[in-house]
Ligand binder design. Structure first.
Ligand code: C2O
Ligand code: CU
Ligand code: CU
Length: 586
């Protein structure tokens, strides 16, 4: 190439960088055990000379990346300076229900929410985002979301890129609907119009990366859209981690479909590429029909989501981020590791319960639009109904069946699962790790996963499961469960307890055909309810529902013609609930 042409190319590149490209925002990292954060309304200049109203966490858009160590206790405070009530949920993290940040733990304006817990997760990429009923989509769209990077001793032993913002880069892909004044539109009618792409809250972004192995932590933070991530020219890259941790070994791919809520960690080999510009692409043209982001959703006669066909992002290939490769840093990682960690999957021999969830077949509206209802098992979400009471330590298989025309990314709080099947087949290799979202294919698609509900029980605050297409979630494609602990309260402890109500015992246990329940009431002011529920959380019988005198009480439960098995005695006294496991053996 002669010098003049070289110069012209250089000039053109500089012009594109200067004129049309913006440096990628890297959310600042915070470390340690205490995180003080403020939820706030702000403005961003996404487009020259125009201010767009946003929301952010201590920053104008998105929030800092919280780097946490497994085994450490963390203390977070969210000061809500929004004009709106919100919540903050720890997506993917195994935390107590009262700190999970779902719709049951609102943070009113001008108040501080202070969750604190011990990190129990594997080294992974998690995220935090709002989760208030009817406000989740709005608050996420306005910009509230952040990464959590969890580190542990096993990950630390591996030769992986780990320098945050240099060779270890978080990338959140989101699309938004903007009005004529470039303001973010968040109402449900804007579904289908999300034609502006934001990578880390940056439009038309570029990033300088060193010519070595670079790790990207990919998060789909969009409300509806799936991204099919790949490198320019379909060069290959390596998936090393799923939602909840690292894989056993890197999996080489050239396209990676990521649905809302999902995370994947990938390694990209940029050795010897100094000076090149490489695009991280969305290969929209190969997204399967039925997945939001594909050319069509809802096969019948081109029927689809309102405005969907007019949105240029659908079914098209476009750049998500432009990488400018610069020289290597000191002590670069230069090779892809051959193995990673042992993934100790849950064992199907230990299953206690199988639950099935049907995703309602979505009814076509007047213009052939997918109108809903968005429901599980034919029931709209009811915040006052706990759909499942799950015994602590249960190993369960959940079977998901999607009768609708659109693929739904199913997400569940509290736990990580292992996918057993998608459409009856073992999942592809890059999904054989820890997951908390699974995209259930459209048109009678199925998925099956196995999990265990460990550590945390709370009869008052439920965890959620829902479609992570936020518009579907808001329209009722959500349910909730509590994890019900076996009462480990001994008589000595209960005597010390300042509580006004204590469960003492059930005897005999196991029993046939009846057992005697003994409990103690130390304050006369409230109604006591005693119920028997079965292992799937179904109410079998209400034994008592009245105000009792102070002192010890006994009740008899006659199991009669119930089947043998595990039952729970559930005692409620005001807002206190206790449960006790009993076993009926004929
Ligand atoms: Cu990321 Cu219940 O949500
Ligand atoms: Cu979640
Ligand atoms: Cu959905």
């Amino acid at each position: 190439m002669n010098k003049i042409i070289k110069k012209i190319i250089l000039l053109q590149t500089m012009m594109t960088i200067g004129m049309s490209q913006n440096p990628l925002i890297i959310p600042p990292a915070m470390t340690g055990n205490n995180f003080d954060l403020t939820l706030q309304v702000c403005e961003m200049e996404f487009f020259p000379g125009v201010l767009t109203e946003t929301m952010g966490v201590s920053f104008p858009i998105l929030g800092p990346t919280l780097i946490m160590e497994k085994g450490e206790e963390v203390n977070i405070s969210f000061n809500n300076q929004l004009p709106d009530t919100t919540t903050i949920h720890w997506h993917g993290m195994h935390v107590p229900a009262e700190f999970d940040g779902g719709p049951h733990t609102p943070i009113p304006p001008n108040t501080i929410w202070n969750p604190h817990f011990t990190i129990k997760d594997h080294a992974s990429t998690m995220w935090y985002h709002p989760h208030l009923m009817h406000k989740t989509n709005e608050h996420v769209q306005m910009g509230i979301a952040g990464f959590v990077i969890i580190r542990d001793s096993l990950e630390a032993l591996l030769d992986l890129p780990r320098e945050y913002g240099v060779d270890d880069i978080p990338l959140v892909f989101q699309t938004k609907t903007l009005d004529d004044n470039y303001q973010i539109v968040t109402n449900m009618d804007s579904s289908g119009l999300d034609s502006y792409l934001f990578t880390n809250g940056t439009v038309d972004a570029f990033l300088e990366v060193p010519a070595q192995i670079v790790r990207f932590r990919l998060l789909n933070g969009a409300s509806e859209r799936s991204f099919n991530v790949g490198l320019e020219n379909h060069e290959s890259f390596y998936v090393i981690g799923t939602d909840g941790g690292l894989l056993p070994e890197p999996v080489e791919l050239d396209e990676l479909l990521i649905s809302p809520g999902e995370r994947y960690e990938i390694l990209v080999d940029l050795n010897n590429r100094v000076g090149e510009t490489i695009q991280i692409m969305n290969y929209g043209s190969t997204i399967p029909n039925g997945v939001y982001g594909a050319e069509t959703v809802g096969g019948m006669g081109g029927s689809s989501i309102p405005y969907y066909a007019d949105n240029d992002l659908n079914g098209n290939d476009f750049s998500l981020l432009s990488l400018h490769v610069v020289s290597q840093m000191d002590e670069p990682i230069l090779t892809i590791p051959s193995s990673l960690v042992i993934v100790d999957e849950w064992n199907t021999d230990e299953v206690d319960e199988i639950r099935s969830i049907q995703f309602s077949s979505v009814v076509m509206g007047p213009n052939g639009a997918l109108n809903g209802p968005f429901q599980f098992n034919g029931e709209p979400f009811d915040i006052n109904v706990v759909n499942y009471e799950i015994p602590l330590n249960n190993v369960e298989i959940w079977e998901l069946q999607n009768q609708s025309q659109i693929a739904h990314p199913f997400h569940i709080h509290d736990i990580q699962f292992n996918i057993l099947e998608i459409n009856g087949l073992a999942p592809p290799e890059h999904m054989r790790g820890w997951k908390d979202v699974v995209l259930v294919p459209a048109q009678n698609g199925t998925a099956k996963f196995i999990t265990k509900f460990e550590d945390f029980s709370n009869t008052e605050v439920p965890y959620m499961y829902h479609c992570h297409i936020l518009t579907h979630e808001e329209m009722g494609m959500m349910g909730q469960f509590t994890v019900v602990g076996e009462s480990s309260v001994s008589i000595d402890e209960t005597m010390k307890s300042p509580k006004t109500f204590t469960l003492l015992s059930a005897y005999p246990n196991p029993f046939n055909p009846s057992t005697q329940v003994r409990f103690n009431v130390s304050s006369p002011s409230q109604v006591t309810t005693v119920q028997i529920v079965d292992i799937s959380g179904r109410l079998v019988e209400t034994l008592l529902n009245k105000t009792l005198s102070v002192g010890e009480h006994t009740l008899q439960w006659y199991a009669g013609n119930q089947p043998s098995g595990v039952y729970f005695i559930r005692l409620k006294f005001g807002s206190l609930t206790k449960t006790h496991k009993i076993v009926f053996m004929k």
